[in-house]
Design a protein around this ligand. Structure first.
Ligand SMILES: Cc1cc2nc3c(=O)[nH]c(=O)nc-3n(C[C@H](O)[C@H](O)[C@H](O)COP(=O)(O)OP(=O)(O)OC[C@H]3O[C@@H](n4cnc5c(N)ncnc54)[C@H](O)[C@@H]3O)c2cc1C
Length: 411
């Protein structure tokens, strides 16, 4: 088996691994190799809806969204290309007095975390989107600087950035295990095993989005990262949506979101009752339910044809928060040199920040982007239950993940 060397090996060329490798290469790592079992972006990253918000449910997720939006805004100047970020503003609706009370508290937390979120009464929200049905909500939180990116363009942007930074991308190369040796308090990384041979290295970042649990299995690390079907569709154009700016919307109770897309409306939603597991088949019956829910908020969408629709497997974590921290064996021992990185199903809105943090942790062991001390694998028990409260602003992901027994391949 051929052997070579790298300063850092990144597993997975999705938005987390792609941007992570770029950040690492631009902050001192000499030889950065990305191994991707398929093609760059072929996981969740090219299939996402592109919703981006700093309206997080915790101070940390606000910080991740805020950092990522700043990054998207600065991309063109920094790299000569961008991920297509558009500022549209985002309304997150409350349908009951209790939801409004919780929403106001959330806005206060977000303001304290440094973003200019506001609570709006229905009339003020309808000024931002005149298509909203009066009576469908009692109020909404709003952040004018939230927006969206174009996910395929983001794949292009990080692929170009990787190339500019001298990152070596090896497509059709599968990560199959870690090579480690004993060290004080556990073990330390000496190499990464791939389908094309061994890469000697003392540093690795493991990503994998909806397949991160399997990547963990190959590494001998239990990672409670789940995968479940998520559906998105785009309506045909309509004059109501042929505008430059209109606030995006999130029906938080149902987990339905929408935004402008090429003169029509893009909308997406997961079925909360669906069991976890990968799937790319469209559930048309559920799509009809999504459409009815959308019509409740936006009656103008009734009868509009669909221009495209897709289903893809989205990643999630049991507490809807990212995973960032060192790899741990099943006995809880640290594998020195190995960093785990997951955006927990929010890779468009938190991806750049999660990627930057993973590079910081891999190279320097610390980060200034956000306080991630609580986001490591040590927050989960043997059943994958988190000791953190669930981020309240999220899709209705399942709260549990399906585990498969890790079969470590080390050599
Ligand atoms: C339909 C849909 C809509 C979404 N909408 C949004 C949204 O609006 N906003 C938002 O913030 N997020 C959204 N997401 C979630 C977002 O897309 C993901 O959180 C994000 O793309 C995850 O990025 P990643 O790099 O971790 O994973 P991926 O993009 O899945 O990349 C992981 C890569 O690892 C590779 N890999 C796996 N195993 C191995 C191995 N053994 N060896 C080598 N390579 C391997 C895979 O091939 C893949 O390319 C959506 C997701 C879906 C599916």
């Amino acid at each position: 088996m051929a052997s070579d060397r790298a300063d850092l090996v990144v597993v997975g060329a999705g938005t987390v691994g792609g941007w992570g490798s770029y950040f690492a290469a631009t902050q001192g790592a000499q030889r950065v190799v990305v191994v991707e079992r398929g093609r760059s972006g072929m996981g969740a990253s090219s299939r996402a809806a592109g919703m981006v918000r700093a309206q997080g449910g915790t101070p940390t997720t606000v910080a991740l969204g805020r950092w990522s939006i700043d990054f998207y805004r600065g991309q063109l100047a920094r790299l000569g290309t961008d991920s297509g970020f558009r500022e549209l503003g985002y309304l997150i609706f409350a349908e009951t007095a209790e939801e409004a009370r919780v929403g106001r508290e959330r806005v206060a937390m977000q303001k304290a975390a440094g973003v200019d979120a506001r609570w709006l009464e229905p009339d003020a929200a309808m000024e931002l989107n005149p298509e909203l049905a009066r009576g469908s909500f009692v109020g909404a939180s709003y952040l004018a600087t939230d927006g969206c990116i174009d996910p395929p363009r983001n794949v292009l942007a990080y692929s170009l950035a990787m190339q500019q930074a001298g990152v070596e991308l090896r497509e059709h190369t599968t990560f199959v295990g870690l090579r480690t040796e004993r060290a004080a308090g556990g073990s330390k990384l000496t190499g990464v095993l791939t389908s094309a041979g061994l890469i000697e290295t003392s540093r690795a970042i493991l990503t994998g989005g909806p397949t991160l649990c399997e990547v963990g299995n190959a590494a001998g690390v239990e990672i409670p990262a789940g995968a479940v079907r998520h559906q998105v569709a785009v309506t045909e154009p309509h004059p109501a949506f042929e505008v430059v700016r209109q606030a995006m919307g999130f029906d938080l109770g149902a987990g339905l979101y929408w935004r402008l897309e090429e003169g029509g409306l893009l909308f997406g939603m997961s079925n909360p009752d669906e069991p976890p597991g990968p799937s790319r088949e469209i559930d048309w019956e559920y799509m009809d339910k999504m459409r009815s829910r959308l019509e409740r908020y936006l009656p103008v969408t009734a009868g509009l044809g669909l221009r495209k629709a897709w289903a893809a497997t989205i990643d999630y974590t049991p507490d809807h928060q990212p995973i960032l921290g060192p790899a741990l064996t099943r006995d809880g021992d640290r594998i020195e040199g190995v960093t785990i990185a997951s955006a927990g199903g929010h890779g468009m809105m938190w991806g750049p920040a999660v990627a930057k943090i993973s590079a910081d942790l891999a190279l320097e062991g610390r980060t200034e982007v956000a306080d991630v001390d609580d986001l490591g694998l040590d927050r989960f028990d043997e059943q994958g239950r988190s000791r953190l409260a669930t981020d309240p602003i999220a899709l209705p992901f399942p709260t549990e993940v399906t585990w498969s027994t890790p079969a470590p391949r080390t050599r």
